[in-house]
Design a protein around this ligand. Structure first.
Ligand code: OAD
Length: 259
């Protein structure tokens, strides 16, 4: 009898272009809390309450306190076997093929670790929700590397823009903000050109990112989902693999991480 894993492996073997869409679940095994799972609340706030332009206008200090905590937490984390397997696979197959909703930079770190002499660019993700290690001016939009050790003691000590003096914020997309049109267009184009979309560790609740795999399906391709639980995309998946990304992805993608 063919197992779900074998079935998924054979779909991937027959595919010309495999794209992946990842979410917070792929970084859970690295110690980064997911948004809607255990540890997703910070000081009893839901992300939807803090990750908004209104919350930043009303109380920038609390919003910065949350992001400074997340930056510190992520700095202490390392890519796991799931990130490594996707990076190796992307380098092997060539072509930019990882789309992530994550802002933690762990795919990029895995790409650099996996690439050796090769160009890591093929395994560097399209980051549709931004990057937590960059700042952006809330007035003029200028982007800078993230200020290290933001002092969140008082509103007056929060970082400001060198160009216009406006308040800096993390360069991540917040609820009720549009995504960067070029970045999200590139993500949809990549999924449209693929015959398999591997959907890993996302609750698939936040759009437009959650719609990306559907364009692969609409073009006759497959979704293969890797998650611990069902999501709104499960019923569209050709195969749904229940399990932790760090365990499932190396064998699904035939990547040997023992070296
Ligand atoms: P969520 O926290 O909504 O969902 C995480 C998903 O990962 C759930 O479906 C879990 O079942 C699954 N999961 C947990 N551990 C896993 C593991 N080890 N292996 C595989 N799956 C696992 O995170 P996202 O879907 O990424 O947006 O959330 C989407 C967006 O909502 C985020 O990008 C963020 C958030 O608000 C913005 O910041 C704009």
């Amino acid at each position: 009898m063919t197992s779900d894993l074998d079935c998924a492996r054979s779909i991937i073997a027959d595919a010309t272009r495999v794209v992946s869409l990842t979410g917070a679940g792929i970084s859970a095994e690295s110690g980064v809390p997911t948004f809607r799972g255990p540890g997703g609340l910070w000081k009893s706030f839901r992300p939807e309450e803090l990750a908004t332009p209104d919350a930043f206008r009303r109380d920038p200090q609390t919003v910065w306190e949350w992001y400074a905590w997340r930056r510190g937490l992520i700095a202490d984390c390392a890519p796991n076997a799931g990130h490594a397997a996707l990076a190796e696979f992307a380098l092997r197959r060539g072509g930019k093929s990882i789309i992530t909703q994550n802002v933690d930079g762990l795919h990029t770190r895995a790409a650099r670790e996996a690439s050796g002499q090769a160009d890591p660019d093929a395994a560097v993700p399209i980051e549709v929700h931004g990057a937590i290690d960059r700042d952006k001016c809330s007035s003029c939009g200028a982007r800078t590397p993230g200020v290290a050790d933001v002092d969140v003691q008082a509103a007056a000590t929060l970082p400001h823009c060198d160009v216009c003096g406006g308040m800096l914020r993390p360069d991540v997309v917040w609820f009720r903000e549009p995504l960067d049109p070029d970045v999200i267009a590139r993500a949809f184009d990549t999924a449209r050109a693929a015959d398999v979309c591997l959907v890993v560790g996302t609750s698939a609740l936040v759009h437009p990112a959650a719609s990306i795999p559907m364009v692969t399906v609409e073009r006759g391709g497959h979704i293969i989902e890797v998650n611990m639980e069902d999501t709104p995309l499960t019923s569209f998946a050709s195969v749904s693999l229940k399990g932790a990304a760090g365990q499932v992805l190396p064998s699904l993608l035939d990547v040997d991480l023992s070296n």
